[in-house]
Design a protein around this ligand. Structure first.
Ligand SMILES: O=C(O)CCC(=O)C(=O)O
Length: 265
């Protein structure tokens, strides 16, 4: 399959017009309301720490007395055209892990930083390197406004760092994680397009080319102890909700993992 081969080679895939305009509108309405609530509780931290994202948008705290809207959100995120594409590319067993939203830091007072996602976890870098080939941990980026919002280094899903990449992303030997790196690709997306990429490839946001960003991000993947251990069952549909979501396979697998996962030995 062409899409699977492209992902295999580069670590990412762009799909144009995967979501329709009405689907993007639905997502935008829900996301805007959630962000407003989150900002009203976290504005000081957003400014102080120059935050570029929030997570767990499906958490029930954002849906008190809005039960139908939570269902609609789960339903729209797991759109058939998206779950089918991921099944075709990666086979069975994909689960819904979480959601994030990426935006620009307050007054662009911070520079984008290269990273592999798990480097901010307590998991040792050497173990991440060993397990890289055994993990499928994906971001599905769904921009709600047009952006040139993210840069990736193709191929880094299949190999570990060069000396320079390591020095830059971990800020070693006098390097900064915001320095330019060779081979980087800047991705342009319109609302409706999606970007699927490996969470463990080297990537960073791009802030200054965008007056603002509003990129919804779905974290999905296959069960692996290094990542499944971070699954928070509160962000999943309840059993009652599950029955009312048409295309619920991602959530079913996630609930199963949440019930049974064991931490890394
Ligand atoms: O858009 C950004 O600011 C960074 C995106 C990112 O780091 C991610 O999706 O893991």
């Amino acid at each position: 399959m062409r899409e699977a081969r492209t992902f295999d080679n580069q670590g990412y895939l762009i799909v144009k017009n995967l979501f329709s305009a009405p689907e993007i509108e639905k997502l935008t309405t829900i996301v805007d309301r959630i962000v407003d609530q989150w900002l009203s509780e976290n504005r000081a931290d957003v400014i102080k720490h120059q935050l570029v994202n929030m997570h767990s948008l499906t958490n029930p705290r954002y849906f008190e007395s809005r039960k139908t809207e939570r269902l609609l959100f789960f339903q729209t995120l797991a759109a058939k055209q998206l779950t089918k594409l991921l099944d075709d590319m990666f086979g069975d067993g994909i689960y819904f892990h979480n959601t994030q939203l990426f935006f620009n830091p307050f007054e662009n007072g911070k520079r984008p930083y290269w990273h592999r996602d798990l480097q901010y976890s307590p998991i040792d870098d050497a173990l991440q390197k060993i397990e890289q080939q055994n993990m499928l941990s994906l971001h599905v980026r769904i921009p709600l406004i047009r952006e040139q919002g993210i840069e990736l280094i193709p191929g880094t899903h299949n190999r570990w760092d060069t000396d320079l990449e390591r020095d830059v992303r971990l800020e070693l030997n006098g390097h900064k994680n915001s320095e330019d790196l060779p081979g980087a690709v800047l991705i342009s997306l319109e609302p409706g397009d999606i970007l699927i990429f490996s969470a463990q490839m080297i990537h960073r946001g791009n802030y200054h080319l965008n007056t603002s960003r509003k990129a919804l991000d779905l974290c999905v993947g296959k069960e692996h102890p290094l990542t499944s251990t971070y699954l928070d069952a509160n962000n999943l549909p309840t059993i009652d909700e599950l029955d009312r979501i048409e295309n619920n396979q991602w959530y079913k697998v996630a609930r199963q993992i949440a019930r049974t996962y064991r931490p890394w030995p």
